[in-house]
Design a protein around this ligand. Structure first.
Ligand SMILES: Cc1cc2nc3c(=O)[nH]c(=O)nc-3n(C[C@H](O)[C@H](O)[C@H](O)COP(=O)(O)OP(=O)(O)OC[C@H]3O[C@@H](n4cnc5c(N)ncnc54)[C@H](O)[C@@H]3O)c2cc1C
Length: 398
């Protein structure tokens, strides 16, 4: 038996962020991984997608196969550097399939790892069989000419834009409008994205009838990658998500769950869940997981980002991003919509535009605050739009 303060199962964003924070605070940590370090996000999700998205925006780009290889080369570099950084902090990295054989014992092959606390971060997997967006981003499935993407969620919209920018004929199958599952994204923004996708050559269709494609990609959603037989002491809900309290402790004391096995899914949420679980282990339960505080960004023919919850807002202010001088000279067709509660606190923000990450992050830091005074921002910068919003807020919330 080898004993650790914490044993973590899964090295995606939830697992590696937990490991990093615990090691930085002097804890002994074992991280168990049955595949490659970094999980979906680093190897086949957020990071390769971001690399290919940046190339998609460039005028001259390499052929698709070369682009995928270039980006995967960078992924390998990040993987090596990140794992080395954790090992240098004292991490014990255990390759193999982890199984909970007692409330504090993880079995990996012939090894038995005991721990004061356990963090499960097993991630998620494609809901339906077939070729997934991950297969395409990894280069395991290579489109020839015509591609059909089934599913108008974030992954479908992002991949449709990337592939059409690389010259493929893309059909995107969605019911009703794209991004339907996001209550924080106004329909007007979803329709604006649809227009932009069509201008890029993406053909929006309701079903696969009459679609002539040499590759069909299923972007129809993901489910928790959690096999209860391997973790018998951990309860799940009817959808297969691990049941936790708001500090991310499971029904079994001392066992925490982070990442996509706890809703909502997404790497940004996974990092925040790791921070909450680690704080709960180190300092007792003092910070709850609040998904509203985590900004989400989708990068397609436009970027769309949101933070907060539209349901908390009573007063809304919507402005064209072009009110901001930098946005006016660089893009001029974005929109920002913000919401305030009864006390005038910023509780919701959604943006659409060419590059909205900077303003979104700013709004995330201001969330829950009662914006009273004008703030100083670099000039020219996108962030200056906050002062425009403040002026209008002072009028409407008077
Ligand atoms: C195409 C695509 C694009 C995406 N883009 C974005 C984006 O732009 N922004 C964003 O926020 N999110 C994005 N996501 C979602 C993001 O990738 C996931 O939310 C995130 O990876 C979840 O992290 P996780 O820690 O739960 O685990 P995962 O990244 O799923 O990793 C889990 C790891 O656990 C390992 N594991 C599982 N069970 C065991 C076991 N029993 N023993 C040992 N190891 C085990 C797995 O091998 C895996 O490596 C994207 C996803 C996809 C598919």
């Amino acid at each position: 038996m080898e004993h650790f303060d914490v044993v973590i199962v899964g090295s995606g964003p939830g697992g590696y962020m937990s490991a990093k924070l615990l090691l930085e605070r002097g804890k002994s940590v074992a991280l168990v991984e049955k595949s490659v370090f970094g999980g979906v996000c680093l190897n086949a999700g957020c990071i390769p997608k971001e690399g290919l998205y940046k190339l998609a925006l460039e005028k001259s780009k390499p052929r698709w196969k070369v682009a995928v290889q270039m980006v995967q080369g960078k992924v390998i570099e990040i993987r090596d550097t990140s794992l080395k950084a954790l090992l240098s902090k004292g991490l014990t990295y255990v390759e193999g399939d982890g199984e909970l054989i007692d409330e504090r014992v993880i079995k990996v092959g012939n090894r038995r790892l005991t721990a004061s606390h356990i963090i499960l971060a097993c991630g998620s997997k494609q809901r339906e069989p077939g070729i997934s967006p991950e297969d395409v981003l990894r280069g395991w499935a290579i489109p020839k000419n015509n591609v059909c993407i089934v599913g108008g969620g974030a992954a479908g919209c992002e991949l449709a834009f990337i592939l059409s920018s690389f010259g493929f004929k893309v059909y995107l199958v969605r019911e009703d409008t794209v991004l339907k599952g996001y209550r924080n994204i106004p329909e007007e923004f979803a329709l604006k994205l649809e227009d932009a996708l069509e201008r890029c050559g993406v053909k929006l269709v309701e079903n696969t009838k009459n679609v002539d494609a040499d590759l069909v990609i299923r972007a129809t959603g993901r489910i928790p990658n959690f096999c209860q037989e391997r973790f018998p002491f951990v309860a799940v809900d009817e959808r297969g998500f691990v049941r936790t309290d708001s500090f991310l402790e499971t029904d079994t004391k001392g066992i925490f769950a982070v990442g996509d096995i706890v809703p909502p899914m997404g790497a940004g949420y996974a990092f925040e869940k790791a921070r909450v679980a680690v704080r709960s282990i180190l300092y007792d339960k003092e910070r709850v997981f609040d998904p509203r505080k985590v900004p989400v960004i989708i990068s397609s023919a436009y970027q769309i980002g949101f933070v907060g919850d539209v349901k908390d807002a009573k007063i809304f202010v919507t402005k064209p991003l072009g009110t901001n001088p930098k946005a006016y000279v660089t893009e001029n067709d974005g929109i920002i919509s913000v919401g305030f509660d009864d006390s005038g606190r910023l509780v919701y923000c959604c943006l659409i535009g060419r590059e909205v990450g900077e303003i979104l992050n700013l709004c995330a830091t201001l969330l829950g605050k009662n914006l009273e005074e004008h703030l100083s921002f670099a000039h020219p910068s996108y962030g200056e739009i906050i002062n425009e919003i403040l002026s209008i807020k002072q009028e409407v919330c008077r």
